[in-house]
Design a protein around this ligand. Structure first.
Ligand code: ATP
Length: 612
C-alpha cells in the first residue's frame, strides 16, 4: 500500500427550476462566474410584503419568512461548482463524477451522494430520465466503455442495490432479504452482510437490474411530492482489476463506487398529522439526516475520534466516504423558491461544513499468489522479527492484554450507555420538535382567524359608517326641506296677512269691526278657503257687490285658516323631531355595537398573548 495525502470532499450545488403552479417567486440567485449562490434580498422583501398577491403560502408564512430573512441579512455561499436551473445532469456528471469514476477504475474507493430537501431534485439528478440520463447511468456507461478500451488490464464487476427504510436495510435486488446487518470486514471495511452481489458484464444489464431495484424501492405520495422517496438508497459497484499478463496471481486492485440517493428532509407539519405511517417515515428520515449532519459537523471541526458513525445505519455505511478511505463528492440539490427559503439555507449550511471534511483515499491493492517474492520475503522477515519480540515479551503482553480487555469492556459499556442516552435525547428532541411544530400550526391558525375577524370587523365598521353618512345626508336634506317650507310658509303668511289687512280696511270702511290677523308663526297649508278670501277681496276692491252672508263666512274661514296653519306647522315639526330622534338613537346604537366588538377583539388578543 502506498502513502497518499488527504483530500477534501468536493461539494457542488444544483439549483432546480421553480415548479409551477405551487412555488412562488425566486429568492436565490447564482453567479456562475464565481460559483456563488446568494439571496435576492430586496426583491424577496418586496415580494413577500405584497401579501395580497396570488402566490402560494399563507400571509403568516410569508411574513415569518420575511422576518427570518430580514433578521439574517443577505446570505451568500461559494462552492466548488454551482449549477443553474438550466444545467443538465450530464454536465454535472462530466465535471463532478467522471474524475471519481476514473480513479475508482484505478483502485480508489469513490462515493457520490445526493443531499437536499424533499422535491429538490435528488432522484432526478441521480437517476435522470430516458432523455436526460442522471449520474448513475452516466457512471455505468463510462465504466464499461473504459473497461472495453483497456487492453492491459482485466476487470470483474459486481453490483448491489439496497435501501435503508425506517432504519432497516432491505435488498432491492433480492426483495425477500430484509433487515440486513452491517459488519466490519478487515479487507473491505464496512460491508452489508448477505447482500446480493450480482456480477455484470454490460451497461444494459446494469440498467435492467437498476430498474428492477427501483420497482421495489419505497416511494409514497406526500402533500408536496407525488412520488417521494421514503428511503435512502445505496447503489454499489465493486470493481476488481489485475494486469492480463499476471492472470490474477500478481497485484490485484479492488475498489467500490457508492452512489447514494438520500431521502429528503421535510417539515413534519407538511404532513397529515393523522397519517401515522408518513409521520413515522419522516421521523426516521429526519433522525438519520440529523445524525449525518452531526457526523459532518464533528469532522468539519477537525475531530477524528468519537465520530458517532454507529448512531445510524446510513452513517455507518458512509463512514468510508466521510473522513475515511474514499474519494467523495456531495451534490446538494436546492429549490430557488422563496417558500423553501429555510430548507435551502439549511442545505447550504450543511454543504459549507461538508466541504471542509477531509478523507484519506488510497489505492486498494493486494498481492496475488506469484507476486513479488522479495516483497513477501521482506514481509516474512519482519513478521519473524515481530514474533520474536512478541515471544520475549509474552508475559508482559498477556498482562497488558488482560488490562486492555478490561478497559475495552469498560469503554464499551460506557459507549453503550452513551448511545442509549443519545437515543433518548434524539427521541426527546423529536417530540419537542413535534410539539413546537403543532404549536406553530395552532398559532398560525389563530392568526389567520384573527386576521379574518379583523377583516370582518372592518367590513362591519365600514357598513355602519356608510349608514351613518347616509342618515346624516338624509338629515341635512330634511333640514333643507324644513327651511324651504318655513320660507314658503313665511312668504305665504305675509301675503295672506297683507290680503287680510286690505280686507280689514274695507271692513272698517264699510263700518264693521276688523278681524284679528293671525301671528306669522304658523304654517301654511294651502286650501280652498284662501281662494275664497282672495275672491272676496277682489269683489270688494273692484266694487262688485258682496253677497250679505259672505262677511260672516270669511270670518269663519280666516279662523279655520289660523288653526290649519298651527296644526300643519306642529305636524311638520313633530315629523322632523321624530326623524332626528330616530337617527340619533340609531347612531348611538351602532357606536355601542362597534365598541363591544372592539372590546371583545382586544380581549382575545390579550388571551392569545397570554397563551404564548
Ligand atoms: N433540474 C431539474 N430540472 C427540471 N425538473 C427537475 C429538476 N430537478 C427536479 N425536477 C423535478 O422536480 C420534481 C422533484 O424531483 P425529485 O423527485 O428528483 O426530488 P427528490 O429530491 O428526489 O424528492 P424526494 O426526496 O421527495 O424523493 C420532479 O418532478 C422532477 O422532475
Amino acid at each position: 500500500m502506498s502513502n497518499y495525502g488527504r483530500e477534501v470532499i468536493k461539494v457542488c450545488i444544483r439549483m432546480r427550476p421553480l415548479l409551477p403552479p405551487y412555488e412562488d417567486e425566486e429568492i436565490w440567485g447564482i453567479d456562475s462566474r464565481t460559483s456563488t449562490i446568494f439571496t435576492l434580498t430586496s426583491s424577496f422583501a418586496s415580494k413577500l410584503l405584497d401579501v395580497s398577491s396570488n402566490s402560494s403560502g399563507s400571509i403568516r408564512e410569508k411574513e415569518s419568512r420575511l422576518r427570518y430573512a430580514e433578521t439574517l441579512g443577505p446570505q451568500s455561499f461559494t462552492f466548488d461548482y454551482i449549477y443553474a436551473p438550466d444545467s443538465t445532469s450530464q454536465q454535472i456528471y462530466y465535471e463532478v463524477s467522471r474524475p471519481i469514476i476514473h480513479r475508482v477504475l484505478n483502485g480508489f474507493n469513490g462515493t457520490i451522494f445526493m443531499y437536499g430537501q424533499t422535491t429538490s431534485g435528488k432522484t432526478y439528478t441521480m437517476l435522470g430520465t430516458p432523455d436526460f440520463p442522471g449520474i448513475l447511468p452516466c457512471s455505468i456507461r463510462e465504466i464499461f466503455q473504459t473497461i472495453v478500451k483497456d487492453t492491459e488490464n482485466e476487470y470483474n464487476v459486481w453490483i448491489s442495490y439496497i435501501e435503508i427504510y425506517n432504519e432497516q436495510i432491505n435488498d432491492l435486488l433480492a426483495p425477500g432479504k430484509v433487515n440486513l446487518k452491517v459488519k466490519e470486514d478487515p479487507k473491505q471495511g464496512v460491508v452489508i452482510q448477505d447482500v446480493k452481489q450480482q456480477q455484470v458484464w454490460t451497461f444494459d444489464q446494469v440498467i435492467l437490474l437498476m430498474n428492477y431495484g427501483e420497482e421495489h424501492r419505497t416511494y409514497r405520495e406526500t402533500s408536496i411530492h407525488e412520488h417521494s422517496s421514503r428511503s435512502h438508497t445505496l447503489f454499489q459497484v465493486y470493481i476488481e482489476s489485475f494486469p492480463r499478463a499476471s492472470k490474477g496471481r500478481g497485484r490485484i486492485r479492488y475498489s467500490c463506487l457508492n452512489l447514494v440517493d438520500l431521502a429528503g428532509s421535510e417539515r413534519l407539519n407538511d404532513f397529515d398529522t393523522k397519517n401515522v405511517t408518513q409521520i413515522g417515515e419522516a421521523g426516521y428520515i429526519n433522525k438519520s439526516l440529523f445524525i449525518l449532519a452531526h457526523v459532518v459537523n464533528k469532522l468539519a471541526e477537525g475531530k477524528t475520534k468519537h465520530i458517532p458513525y454507529r448512531d445510524s445505519k446510513l452513517t455507518r455505511i458512509l463512514s468510508q466516504a466521510l473522513g475515511g478511505n474514499s474519494l467523495a463528492s456531495i451534490i446538494c440539490t436546492v429549490s430557488p423558491a422563496a417558500m423553501n427559503f429555510q430548507q435551502t439555507l439549511s442545505t447550504l449550511r450543511f454543504a459549507s461544513r461538508a466541504k471542509t471534511v477531509q478523507n484519506t483515499p488510497h489505492i486498494n491493492e493486494i498481492l496475488g499468489e506469484l507476486a513479488n517474492s522479495n516483497e513477501i520475503k521482506a514481509q516474512l522477515t519482519n513478521l519473524q522479527q515481530e514474533l520474536l519480540e512478541l515471544n520475549t515479551s509474552k508475559i508482559g503482553y498477556e498482562t497488558r492484554c488482560k488490562f486492555l480487555e478490561n478497559q475495552l469492556e469498560k469503554i464499551q459499556k460506557e459507549i453503550h450507555a452513551k448511545e442509549e442516552q443519545f437515543e433518548r435525547m434524539i427521541e426527546g428532541n423529536n417530540k419537542e420538535r413535534e410539539i413546537i411544530e403543532r404549536l406553530q400550526m395552532v398559532i398560525e391558525k389563530q392568526e389567520v382567524d384573527m386576521e379574518n375577524e379583523r377583516i370582518m370587523i372592518n367590513g362591519q365598521y365600514q357598513k355602519v359608517m356608510e349608514k351613518y353618512q347616509e342618515e346624516r345626508r338624509v338629515r341635512i336634506e330634511l333640514e333643507k326641506e324644513l327651511d324651504s317650507h318655513k320660507e314658503i310658509l313665511g312668504r305665504t303668511i305675509k301675503s295672506e296677512q297683507q290680503t287680510l289687512s286690505r280686507l280689514n280696511m274695507l271692513i272698517v270702511k264699510s263700518g264693521g269691526s276688523p278681524v284679528d290677523i293671525p301671528s306669522p308663526n304658523f304654517s301654511y297649508h294651502p286650501n280652498a278657503d284662501m281662494n275664497f278670501i282672495n275672491s272676496l277681496v277682489f269683489h270688494i276692491e273692484t266694487d262688485v257687490s258682496i253677497p250679505p252672508n259672505s262677511v260672516n263666512e270669511w270670518k269663519d274661514v280666516s279662523s279655520r285658516l289660523v288653526n290649519d296653519y298651527r296644526v300643519s306647522l306642529e305636524r311638520l315639526q313633530d315629523q322632523y323631531f321624530n326623524k332626528v330622534q330616530t337617527l340619533a338613537e340609531r347612531l348611538i346604537d351602532d357606536q355601542r355595537r362597534i365598541q363591544e366588538i372592539l372590546i371583545s377583539h382586544r380581549g382575545e388578543l390579550r388571551n392569545n398573548e397570554g397563551m404564548f
